[in-house]
Structure formats: structure tokens, C-alpha cells
Write a protein that binds this ligand. Structure first.
Ligand code: AKB
Length: 320
């Protein structure tokens, strides 16, 4: 009989964490999933299963929780994102790196079965080919977030090669969802625009109209993460971060998609410091390795995502 898996999620109250927690509770049962975060304002989310406060920089408490709940897998999602990280680079580095090292050391010492670490298109920079960016390419990140993700990928690969820690990693594009908000990324406009379209009928975008970026709807991101984590170890041939792609669009294109549902919606453009970050990232990603190695497939395109976002957000926001 295979051993019961017990999962610890670090950063469970973030944009990705809230959705992965729900999916993992369904998969393993709520007694076997421990959601943690430094702070969680959503009381109902906390009460849906086990919730523990955890500062990801506190390795001792992390180890105590791993012991107490006999944890076998960690999903480490806590991080400072690209735009926010530029406001406090030293702390972004500390948080993103030291928390990962806490996780990897605990995984090594306690012989955990698996670790998940999210990387990002933020690892790419100005020298990277912009269209259909390949898995193996020039990686010169332009933000502290990107540098920490690149280093994190290599730490995961190092712990795998040196100590046999089964750490797995995806390079996410911008993630779009209607539950928890993203916090401080460059791709956040593509979430905010849906809220503003419904709440105000107009949106001021911090990127120019023709800034293409790789993006993905949350159900695809959750599916990709779980598919990767449940693939047999011998199918995981990339031990840094797999490129993962779904959609690519510009602010002008997402506006058009929203206007098919809300014709009076309007947009204006006022690029700020985030434009430079976006300009350094790819327009689109080649994820052939993820598709070949463990069968990755996405489902949502810009139209189907827009329809689903608007239907779900209408239940949540005060309409204009
Ligand atoms: C960000 O914009 O910082 C993130 C990312 C692409 O990793 N959403």
C-alpha cells in the first residue's frame, strides 16, 4: 500500500495558493492538507480545513509543522512578485531565497516525497528570444524577483542531483483568476481590468496597448501544477523550471475581448515602471518539453477565459 500523503502549502492565501489548496483538499482529503500563510484575512477559507500561521522565514516553525502533521510534500508558494520586489530588493531576495532554502533543507532532512517551487517567465530578460521563447535559452533576469526565481530553480535542481530531493518547478506566465487577487506583479493588469470593467466601465492600464505577455487562466495553472506533481519521476526531465504556456495577448486585445461582453467598456494607457519589466519579458513561450514529457495541455483561450471571468466576477463585485 502506498503511504498516505500529507501536504503543507506555504503561502496558501495568495492568488495561486487559495485555488491550489481547494484542489489539494479535494484530492487528498481536508485532514491531509495543511494550509499556511503569514496572514490570512479570509476567515471562511481558514475554516474550510487545517490552517496554521507560518512565516516562511521561520524554518524552525516550518519543521515543527512538518513533524506535527507528518508532512510528505510541500508546495512552497510564498514569494514577493516582480513589481513589489523592485521596491524592496533586499527583502525580496531574503524572502524568496531563504524561505526556499528552509523548505529544501527540511525536505532533505526529513526525506519528504516531493517539493513544488513556482518559477516564472520573470527569469527571462532582454537577451532572451521574445517570440516562442524556448526552454533552453539565454536567461538574464532584469528584476530581483527574476534573479531569485532563476537561483531558486538551480537550488531545486541542485538538491535533486545532490540529495535526491524530488523538487519540481514550473515557469508560470501571468495568472488570471477571480478569487484572491495577485499581489504586486507586472501581469496584474490582466486581472484588474476585469474588475474595473464591471465596477467602473473604464480602466487605466500601466502598460502600453501593444505589450504582449504570456498569460494563463487559473484552472489551467492548477491543472498544470497538479499534473506535474503527479507525473512519474522518470518523466520529469527538466529539474530547473519547465516553460508553461497557454495564451498570449496585449492590453488592446484583452480590451476587445471584454468589449464583446461590455461594449461600452473603455481603456486608457499610462505606462509606469512596470513597462520596463514587461518589455524585458517574452511575448510568448514555447512549452514543447512540458507537453512531451508529462502531457501538459491547456484548455482556456482569451475568449473562454473572458467569458468565465465576467460570469464569476459579476457574482462578486458591485456592478457599474
Ligand atoms: C509577476 O508579474 O511578477 C508574476 C509573474 C509573471 O511571475 N505574475
Amino acid at each position: 500500500m502506498t503511504k498516505q500523503e500529507n501536504v503543507l502549502i506555504i503561502g496558501a492565501c495568495g492568488q495561486l495558493g487559495t485555488e491550489l489548496t481547494v484542489a489539494l483538499r479535494k484530492m487528498y482529503g481536508e485532514k491531509h492538507v495543511v494550509a499556511t500563510d503569514i496572514h490570512c484575512a479570509d476567515e471562511s477559507f481558514k475554516q474550510q480545513g487545517i490552517f496554521e500561521e507560518l512565516n516562511a522565514l521561520d524554518g524552525q516553525r516550518m519543521a515543527e509543522l512538518v513533524n506535527r502533521y507528518q508532512i510528505t510534500q510541500i508546495y512552497h508558494l510564498a514569494a514577493m512578485l516582480s513589481a513589489k520586489g523592485e521596491q524592496n530588493p533586499l527583502f525580496a531576495w531574503k524572502l524568496n531565497m531563504e524561505s526556499l532554502l528552509n523548505v529544501l533543507e527540511i525536505a532533505r532532512e526529513k526525506k519528504l516525497h516531493k517539493v513544488y517551487f513556482p518559477s516564472s517567465i520573470g527569469v527571462f530578460g532582454f537577451d532572451t528570444p521574445k517570440q516562442n521563447t524556448p526552454q533552453q535559452t539565454i536567461i538574464n533576469p532584469t528584476t530581483i524577483y527574476g534573479i531569485s526565481k532563476q537561483a531558486g530553480e538551480h537550488w531545486c535542481s541542485y538538491y535533486f542531483q545532490k540529495f535526491g530531493v524530488d523538487a519540481r518547478c514550473l515557469r508560470y506566465p501571468g495568472l488570471i483568476s477571480y478569487n484572491a487577487l495577485p499581489g504586486g506583479g507586472t501581469t496584474d493588469y490582466a486581472v484588474d481590468i476585469y474588475y474595473k470593467a464591471l465596477e467602473q466601465g473604464t480602466y487605466e492600464c500601466f502598460l502600453t496597448e501593444d505589450t504582449y505577455l504570456p498569460m494563463m487562466y487559473m484552472p489551467d495553472a492548477v491543472k498544470g501544477t497538479l499534473d506535474l506533481m503527479h507525473a512519474p519521476a522518470e518523466q520529469i526531465k527538466t529539474r530547473t523550471g519547465y516553460n508553461l504556456a497557454a495564451i498570449s495577448f496585449s492590453p488592446k486585445e484583452i480590451t476587445k475581448a471584454i468589449q464583446t461582453h461590455i461594449p461600452e467598456f473603455s481603456i486608457s494607457y499610462k505606462p509606469d515602471g512596470r513597462q520596463q519589466i514587461a518589455d524585458s519579458w517574452p511575448d510568448s513561450i514555447n512549452d514543447a518539453e512540458a507537453r512531451a514529457d508529462w502531457g501538459w495541455q491547456h484548455q482556456y483561450d482569451l475568449q473562454t477565459m473572458t467569458e468565465d471571468m465576467l460570469v464569476n466576477l459579476k457574482k462578486k463585485v458591485v456592478l457599474v
